[in-house]
Design a protein around this ligand. Structure first.
Ligand SMILES: Cc1cc2nc3c(=O)[nH]c(=O)nc-3n(C[C@H](O)[C@H](O)[C@H](O)COP(=O)(O)OP(=O)(O)OC[C@H]3O[C@@H](n4cnc5c(N)ncnc54)[C@H](O)[C@@H]3O)c2cc1C
Length: 458
């Protein structure tokens, strides 16, 4: 439904926040999402102010038959937070945050980014774990699971989620927690945006203040990669690591003779400063002479380096889980990275385990609890003509590493089709999600996402 049939006037009258349409000043800024190469022109973008606004936007989308995109931080790799010709429900202006420091809890509106939440909670020496990048929205990140610097010590982001306020496809505002709508509470912890629009999350806060963390760059040989993974698995749970195996970018802290050579650009984060932190990172420093070592005592929020709002990379990626990166897998990684000429290409390795793995698989819709390593392979592309070649490379690379047990992390999925969405939800998870979907969104209004179509259980 387009042109004169669009409910622009009704929408403007119905919501408190601004509504943007093509031709309005600032429309191009507002429609821009994180990833370059996603250049859609929504007919309307409603920047909602509260749950009542959200309900109105949902109602108008439903009644008008408009494709509805839901946007928090706008980082969807699949481009799900925008639409060609449809309606965007944009939560970015909803940044309310109530921190109960004594009670170790916070209510956070879903327009906040991980960095904004972390800075505010950090002022109290407290944190909830999000991902590796400050500009990512807590909306999408939390609903898909949330894997970051605290994953081994405090679990996934959803493991700190105590409750949510959710507006359903019918426009009802529900408090969702372990007692109230427990089926929905299970589903939104990993099931993504399938079940409604989350306007607020209540998180548990942990004491996380002094850490030892930062960037450690090592030469990437099969031996160093495999040893890095072995050390990360053997490390105390206080330490979480993200190892990016990639050609060294020409950054000021990388000596010029290493530019273009394969490195491990690792980010380490040890909860707790002092002796214990230094002890935990020492084995990584000893793997090879570091090319750069910026690991230091810091306060937790400093782990998020400032983001450049003008940065809009064009990238394709594949997500998978691995049950071991030994010398053979490390050689495969080196081999693939050598045989690509993409301007940036990377295998990102995150050792899991710890608190995340102690949550039973059936407790949340994120069910890959026993997988040892999360892998994401990615390549940048320039023109559209380059994209297909990069797609083939990431798909082949992922197949070489993952095989038939690859699985998928929903938040790292691109637009890869229904079979891949199913891989994010192993065992009985898929059927359970489809049944919850049938109950709360039987017409699949929320379908611009990693979609779980509604299905009643047999
Ligand atoms: C640079 C970068 C780094 C990343 N690092 C990590 C990481 O370290 N760990 C990790 O776990 N993930 C990471 N991700 C993946 C990230 O978690 C997902 O892309 C996530 O969906 C982004 O959330 P968002 O709110 O920014 O995105 P959006 O594009 O706004 O939302 C994505 C989708 O989530 C749903 N959604 C979002 N908000 C709501 C809401 N309030 N209610 C209902 N549905 C909603 C919608 O379906 C929407 O289409 C990263 C992504 C990028 C681009």
């Amino acid at each position: 439904m387009r042109g004169e049939k669009l409910p622009i006037a009704q929408l403007r009258a119905a919501v408190k926040g601004p509504v943007h349409a093509p031709g309005d000043p600032g429309y191009d800024d507002v429609r821009t999402v994180f990833y370059g190469g996603i250049d859609r022109r929504p007919s309307l973008i409603a920047q909602v102010a509260d749950a009542a606004d959200v309900a109105q936007v949902i109602r108008l989308a439903r009644e008008g038959g408009l494709e509805l995109a839901v946007r928090s931080g706008g980082h969807s790799n699949a481009g799900h937070s925008t639409t060609e010709g449809g309606l965007v429900l944009d939560l970015r202006n909803m940044k309310g945050l109530e921190i109960d420091a004594a009670g170790r809890r916070a209510w956070a509106e879903t327009g906040l980014t991980a960095g904004e939440f972390t800075t505010a909670a950090g002022a109290h020496g407290l944190a909830t774990g999000f991902g590796d990048t400050g500009s990512v929205g807590i909306g999408g990140l939390t609903l898909g699971g949330g894997v970051g610097y605290l994953v081994r010590k405090h679990g996934l982001t959803i493991d700190s989620l105590l409750a949510a306020d959710l507006v359903t496809a019918e426009g009802e505002v529900l408090r969702v927690d372990a007692e109230s709508h427990p089926d929905l509470f299970w589903a939104i912890r990993g099931g993504g945006g399938n079940f409604g629009v989350a306007t607020r999350f209540q998180f548990r806060l942990a004491e996380v203040d002094a850490i030892v963390g930062g960037l450690l760059i090592l030469p990437a040989t099969p031996h160093v990669i495999a040893s890095f993974i072995a050390e990360a698995e053997a490390a105390p749970e206080e330490l979480s690591t993200i190892a990016n195996v990639m050609p060294a970018p020409p950054m000021p802290f990388v000596p010029p003779e290493h530019h273009g050579r394969l490195i491990i650009m690792a980010i380490l984060a040890h909860v707790g400063g002092g002796e214990s932190g230094e002890r935990a990172v020492a084995p990584f420093r000893a793997l090879a002479a570091p090319i750069a070592d910026m690991v230091r005592p810091m306060r937790y929020p400093e782990i998020y380096t400032p983001d450049d709002p003008a940065y809009h990379p064009k990238a394709v990626a594949r997500t998978l889980f691995s049950d071991g990166i030994g010398a053979g897998e490390a050689e495969t990684i080196i081999d693939y990275l050598h045989h690509s000429d993409a301007s940036l290409r990377v295998a990102q390795l995150r050792v899991l385990g710890g608190a995340m793995a102690r949550v039973p698989a059936e407790a949340t819709a994120f069910a890959h609890r026993s997988r040892r390593i999360m892998v994401n392979v990615a390549a940048f592309y320039d023109g559209a003509e380059e994209r297909a070649r990069r797609e083939t490379w990431v798909a082949d690379f992922a197949a070489a590493l993952g095989g038939s047990r690859a699985g998928a992390y929903v938040n790292f999925l691109g637009d890869e089709g229904p079979a891949r969405v199913r891989e994010a939800y192993p065992g009985s998870t898929w059927d359970r999600l489809a049944a919850v979907k049938a109950r709360y969104d039987p017409t699949n209004l929320f379908r611009l996402n990693q979609n779980v179509p509604p299905a009643r259980r047999a």
